[in-house]
Design a protein around this ligand. Structure first.
Ligand SMILES: Cc1cc2nc3c(=O)[nH]c(=O)nc-3n(C[C@H](O)[C@H](O)[C@H](O)COP(=O)(O)OP(=O)(O)OC[C@H]3O[C@@H](n4cnc5c(N)ncnc54)[C@H](O)[C@@H]3O)c2cc1C
Length: 467
């Protein structure tokens, strides 16, 4: 038995044993997110209130122990993976929700599951639109820290568009209020800086979220095309028509093939791409928009069109989208899922580029995603036991990044930078911007206590541009 590290002794003394776990099993479970695995944490702390977070952070700072914060661990870029020698703060026990109906505001703790907030809001005929596909398991803290997008952000915007204020713990263990939690007009609202900060600037312990009136009706439709290029052109045309769907998802041929080998779908085998579109206006407006969208899709070559006539049919149409992630995971031992985004008028170009790359690498690259936002998930599928395939996939990723930047797009549409894209960030940001990002981190967290290895390359590299 090794000696108990001083940080653990202090944490046990101040927080009590029931809030701390450091068994080998917890180490394994809490050392990864969906895509990334790191070393087991020194211990996992389960704070139950802001004061617990403050105490844990103070002790960690005194002992020079890094802190990695964790929501549900559904992140895809390594943000919740413990930094070397870190303690993990798991926020899952902080899950109180208070809804101020008259104000249309929800005041929540960070461990609240996104779907739970949506359900609570709906009970009052209110709506929290932010809906990452992982909404049934991910947390509000993780959504804010990743500035999560989702299906409906085409119409409603990303998580940051709903955050009115936060309270967070800084590396000294102090509670800082931002946005609507301040009782005076602070000169600069620092709330937006916390959105997308990936656990590197502060630990969010409370958030105020804007709610809107719940939509009263939905119309969901599926359009089938022969090629992804046709579908992509239809996306641009629908957006230019100002019909404002709340959701517009695109699924390419390779993704469809993976899903149909996993579940039974009523879809022609000749289909080369699918658009799933949803409107959430008044029922008669939805119907009119559905008809107009069908006409537009036909003009761009749609071979099959289906409009859900019941809630059961709507569920059936969405089943295709929900089955993508598990289907792709079954294809091979290795999968790299990149969430690039391009200007919406250039999705067809991106799809052509990916198809050509798939042929060049002789590797499946199923591609799907939030086409209405230009945010596409490009998945490299390979056998991870084969070094040549791993190398080819990594080269492919770099080619995609280079291409989307050339198109005026971004290397991460929603999954964040974390460990996954840290070393690629200088491809996207110029040296001045990189320095600014480093300065923001230094200003919030001068001792690099929070997620020290995430998002930004090590200091000496960050001012260099690879080009
Ligand atoms: C099947 C599937 C579908 C997905 N679909 C989408 C999608 O449509 N859109 C999208 O944007 N993402 C999507 N994701 C990615 C992921 O679900 C989101 O990034 C989500 O916001 C992460 O929430 P989480 O609670 O799991 O956070 P975690 O993964 O635990 O943490 C994510 C980051 O947030 C930080 N963090 C967590 N809590 C706090 C806090 N209280 N204070 C400060 N930092 C904190 C962590 O340190 C880490 O950097 C998907 C993931 C899966 C598995």
């Amino acid at each position: 038995m090794g000696r108990t590290p001083p940080v653990l002794k202090s944490l046990r003394r101040k927080l009590g044993k029931s809030k701390i776990l450091n068994t080998p099993e917890t180490g394994v479970v809490y050392s990864s997110d969906v895509n990334w695995r790191g070393n087991p944490p020194l211990a996992v702390i389960f704070p139950e209130c802001a004061e617990d977070v403050s105490v844990a952070v103070r002790i960690a700072a005194e002992c020079g122990t890094p802190v990695s914060t964790r929501g549900a661990g559904t992140g895809m870029s390594g943000g919740a993976v413990p930094s070397n020698g870190a303690i993990v703060l798991s926020m899952v026990r902080m899950k109180r929700i208070r809804i101020l109906e008259d104000e249309k505001i929800a005041v929540v703790e960070p461990g609240v599951i996104t779907a739970k907030l949506q359900t609570e809001a709906l009970k009052r005929n209110l709506f929290y639109p932010s809906d990452p596909s992982s909404y049934k398991i991910c947390t509000i803290g993780g959504n804010i820290a990743e500035n999560a997008g989702g299906l409906r952000c085409l119409k409603y915007g990303v998580t940051a568009d709903f955050v009115l204020g936060t309270e967070f713990i800084n590396p000294e263990g102090d509670l800082i209020a931002a946005g609507c939690f301040t009782d005076y007009d602070s000169p600069v609202d620092i709330t937006p800086l916390l959105c997308g900060s990936e656990g590197t600037l502060g630990i969010i312990v409370k958030a105020a979220l804007r709610l809107i009136d719940a939509p009263q009706a939905h119309l969901t439709m599926r359009a089938e095309f022969t090629t992804a290029i046709e579908a992509a052109k239809a996306v641009t045309a629908i957006l230019n028509s100002r019909y404002s769907p709340c959701i517009m998802e695109m699924i390419d041929r390779q993704t469809l093939k993976a899903v149909t080998s996993f579940i039974k779908l009523d879809i022609s085998p000749k289909t080369g791409a699918v658009l799933l579109i949803e409107y959430d206006e008044e029922a008669d407006i939805n119907r009119e928009l559905g008809d107009k969208t069908s006409q537009l899709c036909r003009r761009f070559g749609a071979t099959g069109l289906r409009i859900a006539e019941s809630e059961e049919e709507r569920e059936n149409l969405w089943k295709l989208r929900r089955s993508i992630s598990p289907s792709l995971t079954r294809l091979a031992s290795g999968k790299i899922n990149e969430d690039v985004a391009v200007p919406r008028g250039r999705i067809a170009e991106l799809m052509s580029f990916v198809e050509a790359l798939s042929a060049e690498l002789n590797m499946p690259i199923p591609t799907y995603g939030h086409a209405g936002d230009g945010n596409m998930h490009v998945n490299f599928i390979f056998q991870k036991e084969d070094p040549a395939q791993v190398e080819a996939a990594c080269q492919g990723v770099k080619k995609v990044f280079t291409e989307v930047i050339k198109m005026g797009g971004t290397i991460s549409g929603e999954h964040g930078i974390g460990l996954a894209k840290r070393d690629f960030l200088p491809m996207q940001l110029n040296p001045v911007n990189m320095t600014l990002q480093t300065d923001v981190k230094r200003c919030f967290d001068p001792g690099t206590l929070f997620n020290p290895d995430k998002m930004l390359p090590p200091r000496e590299v960050s001012s260099k541009h690879p080009a």
